[in-house]
Design a protein around this ligand. Structure first.
Ligand code: PAF
Length: 284
């Protein structure tokens, strides 16, 4: 596996690969790679000739009071995980490589897609994600890009962006990878104290119970939201940011009775760590 730190080195590699007719899979990450990322890299290696993993803590998607400085950075460990999972390139640029000008070009998906759920408390987040992903899609010239369903709103935003900007890339959205007790894998799990770590299991547990209620015939969106909210509230260390349900694709409003595929998503703080999780409910 090769490590590239500059845009020029990545572009040279991509040019040669494309001339040779190779297909490219891109796995965009902010590093601190865990098994969730490894599963994306493995899927990319199966479906493409070459795999580029980007490892870049993107400053533009963090709000002023968020954890940009504290976000875990572990390039040496990431190199091992990426290589073992089948990456050919790890692209780890400095912020000045990705954002060379002070006055810059933004890519912004407007409307409800970026205003609901995480958009409410993170108003600039998805503009940062859309902008950096546009740059990564262009630099890598990837045929396919791989994202985890844990960031379900991010995948909806990127789907819209790719469609609106006619970007010739296929988005491959892969299932959430969980710890053995159900907690969704996340680079932010390392912030949790042992007590918060045990408490955080309430997210996947409450969503699994909602899935059971849905399977048993519950079709009232408010009842499903209330059920998850009540269960999370039984955990004293939890502070709910949101529990919400939207239609897929596009995060549309859903009225009772539910008659389409929906996303039931939560964001909950444990101490100063904010975790997200979700479940997709499919109508047969
Ligand atoms: O999902 C993430 O880790 C980030 O939002 C992404 C897609 C790598 C963009 O910085």
């Amino acid at each position: 596996m090769q490590l590239f730190r500059t845009v020029i080195d990545l572009q040279k590699f991509v040019r040669t690969a494309k001339k040779a007719g190779k297909t490219i899979g891109l796995v965009p990450t902010m590093g601190a790679l865990h098994e969730g990322h490894a599963s994306l890299i493995k899927a990319a290696a199966q479906e493409n000739d070459l795999v580029i993993v980007s490892d870049f803590v993107n400053p533009t998607q963090f709000g002023p009071s968020e954890d940009f400085d504290a976000y875990p950075r572990r390039l040496a460990a990431d190199e091992k995980v990426a290589e073992a999972a089948g990456a050919d390139v790890l692209f780890a640029p400095a912020p000045s490589e990705m954002y060379p000008h002070k006055d810059m070009t933004w890519v912004e998906v407007t409307g409800n897609l970026t205003k609901v759920l995480c958009g409410r408390t993170r108003p600039i987040h998805f503009r940062g994600v859309a902008t950096v992903c546009t740059k990564l899609f262009h630099l890598s010239q990837a045929d396919r890009a791989y994202f985890g369903l844990k960031d379900a709103q991010q995948t909806e935003v990127l789907r819209r962006m790719v469609e609106d900007l006619f970007i010739p890339i296929q988005l491959r959205i892969m299932p959430i990878v969980r710890e053995s007790d159900g907690l969704a894998k996340s680079s932010r799990n390392v912030y949790l104290s042992p007590k918060e770590r045990s408490a955080a299991v309430i997210l996947s547990r409450s969503l699994a119970h909602a899935k059971e209620s849905f399977a048993a015939g519950e079709r009232d969106p408010q009842k499903l939201v209330d059920q998850v909210t009540a269960e999370i509230r039984t955990e004293p260390l939890s502070q709910i940011d949101y529990v919400e349900l939207y239609g897929l694709p596009g995060l549309t409003e859903v009225k009772a009775p539910i008659s389409q595929r929906v996303l039931l998503a939560v964001a909950v703080k444990f101490g100063s760590t904010r975790l997200i999780d979700n479940v997709v409910l499919e109508v047969e």
